[in-house]
Ligand binder design. Structure first.
Ligand code: ACM
Ligand code: ZN
Length: 557
């Protein structure tokens, strides 16, 4: 029966006509009218937000219409007579971003209370356009009033396991924009690579951004590929990415991992470790030949070549560790205008701290009862520093262990428990539970390439509700929103990243943007079929798992 429904849906979307409205994420209110507006090959635009040619709204709309539809947009002085009018207006939304998009037979108008919400209106307008760039450029007469449900709508990307070029980072940001997401969480440091240029510590990239090889296949792997992997972002490139994101109203939140996941930094500066003279542990069947040779020649610390959680972490006993991190954070703060800095905090084994005289002395001096309290000390000390610079600390939910830093925000990844506990303590939280929004999990029952495991279908993502039932009503305001995480152990090329995030990102966007009342899987499914066509137009490599009968319907024999 399901199969039949799909076939019908498939057929109908082949003949999708201009009057259909298929917006993802689903807008708050849509009033379809009669008739349509035909876009000419030359359109005039009046942008009342700014008549400067380099205004972000003007540039974005102009570039998009030219690139995908070969439509020339001419910016003209403010006049209601333009084909497209962008207009700032007060709205009774209590300050929340909102826009109203009106299409009549005469033209297009976006009224919005901020330029950011006008940008959301532009994203909606784009989705009214045909998915085939050569079709008649007709859009339906419609009135849409829209605003987001959550303020934090994020996608994360791990560039530590595998470096991704700046050109792809920009594409990724465009993908976020298309889905009305507003936060790019850039995971910049890992055991397997340090990816951000830090002028004060050049070895972080000279040494820390390069590894001699990578395990082959799924952990524990079939040996090492012996291929060097490297890459980092210069500070100039980071500025470029931040500016690119800003022009799409997306905030970039940098993550600098501490105290764990720090092998690459330690490879660059071994004195950051509790045990600078202890050789990096890489199991013999996972290590590259070059690393074996270098170890024989006396090199002690290495950038990791396999996946997992490693004992060699930043020493919490030595003040030099904190001086280093503060200096690094100074450069991070100078580049990223976001109010937030993510400091990781997850998966930090306490093995070395238990053995380290400096760490043990710190615990004794401060009367800390265990190593969890030492980690809490670590995070609180960094938090004080960040707060003194006007920044707010975000950390993975392990930062709850041993006591939460006073102003910290928590990213709940090991389920929702951490987020619930933190919200109950009046801390802001962002939900990223592995159960629903880990886009490194496979999305088809039988994936054709290696993934980390798990099984998270687009339906599962769609079913996610970021505000946990367990949370008392009074505390729900502490849930800022949610985010999907994209860990790249098994994504060594950007096409694979696209395959993993699409189309699940479409489901995420609706979870975060659309009102609860507006969410319906059946309705989403119809719009998704059109979204696939749009992905084709944008040349996105999306997973076809949705069409896989094995994973979605039972065929009776
Ligand atoms: C995480 O997935 N280790 C935050
Ligand atoms: Zn130590």
């Amino acid at each position: 029966m399901r199969l039949l429904l799909w076939l019908t849906a498939l057929l109908s979307f082949v003949f999708v006509n201009a009057q259909e409205i298929n917006i993802i994420p689903k807008p708050l209110e849509t009033k379809a009218g009669k008739g349509s507006y035909t876009l000419k090959n030359k359109l005039t635009l009046a942008n009342y937000f700014s008549d400067k040619a380099d205004n972000a709204l003007t540039v974005y709309l102009t570039d998009y219409l030219k690139k995908y539809y070969n439509i020339e947009v001419e910016l003209i002085p403010k006049t209601e007579k333009a084909d497209i009018v962008l207009f700032p207006i007060r709205m009774p939304t209590g300050g929340a971003l909102a826009y109203k998009l009106s299409v009549t037979e005469k033209g297009i108008r976006i009224n919005a209370n901020f330029d950011e919400s006008a940008f959301h209106g532009i994203q909606t307008l784009i989705q009214l356009l045909p998915v085939n760039s050569t079709a008649a450029k007709q859009i339906p007469v419609v009135e849409i009033f829209d605003r987001a449900r959550f303020d934090y709508r994020g996608m994360h990307l791990d560039v530590g396991r595998h470096y991704a070029p700046v050109a792809f980072i920009k594409k990724y940001i465009d993908y976020l924009a298309l889905h009305k997401l507003n936060t790019f969480h850039w995971h910049l440091t890992e055991d397997q690579g340090w990816r951000m240029e830090i002028k004060k510590y050049p070895l972080l990239t000279e040494v820390g951004s390069k590894r001699n090889g990578t395990i082959i296949g799924r952990y524990p792997g079939k040996g090492n590929d012996n291929k060097p992997h490297e890459g980092y972002y210069t500070q100039e490139e980071i500025k470029e990415v931040v500016a690119y994101a800003k022009s799409r109203f997306i905030e970039v939140v940098p993550e600098i991992e501490m105290p764990g996941h720090s092998s690459a930094a330690i490879a660059a500066y071994p004195w950051l470790s509790c045990f600078p003279n202890r050789t990096t542990a890489i199991p013999i069947n996972m290590v590259s030949m070059k690393t074996v040779q270098e170890a024989q020649n006396g090199r002690v610390k290495f950038v990791q070549e396999t996946w997992g959680v490693f004992d060699d972490v930043f020493c919490a006993g030595k003040d030099t560790t904190f001086t280093f991190l503060e200096n690094v954070l100074d450069e991070v703060i100078a580049l990223f205008p976001s109010k937030y800095v993510h400091i990781g905090g997850d998966e930090c084994p306490k093995t070395h701290w238990k053995q380290c005289p400096a760490c043990q002395k710190r615990m004794k001096d401060l009367q800390l009862k265990d190593e969890h309290e030492l980690q809490s000390y670590f995070v609180q000390r960094i938090e004080k520093y960040l707060n003194s610079k006007g920044k707010i600390l975000i950390g993975w939910d392990e930062i709850l262990e041993g006591g939460l830093a006073p102003n910290a925000q928590v990213m709940s990844w090991r389920g929702e428990a951490g987020g619930i506990a933190a919200a109950k303590e009046n801390h802001y939280v962002i939900m990223t539970p592995g159960s629903h929004v880990y886009f490194d999990h496979k999305q088809a029952a039988n994936e054709d390439s290696v993934t980390i495991g798990g099984f998270t279908t687009i339906q599962k993502v769609y079913s996610y509700e970021p505000v946990p039932k367990e949370l008392p009503e009074s505390q729900t305001k502490f849930v800022r929103g949610a985010q999907a995480n994209v860990w790249t152990e098994y994504m060594n090329n950007t096409s694979k990243i696209e395959y993993m995030i699409f189309p699940r990102m479409a489901a995420l966007s609706e979870v975060l943007w659309s009102s609860k009342e507006n969410r319906s899987w059946d309705d989403f499914e119809k719009r998704l079929l059109v979204q696939f066509k749009r992905y084709d137009l944008l040349k996105v490599n999306y997973s076809r798992a949705y069409f896989d009968p094995k994973s979605t319907v039972e065929v009776k024999k």
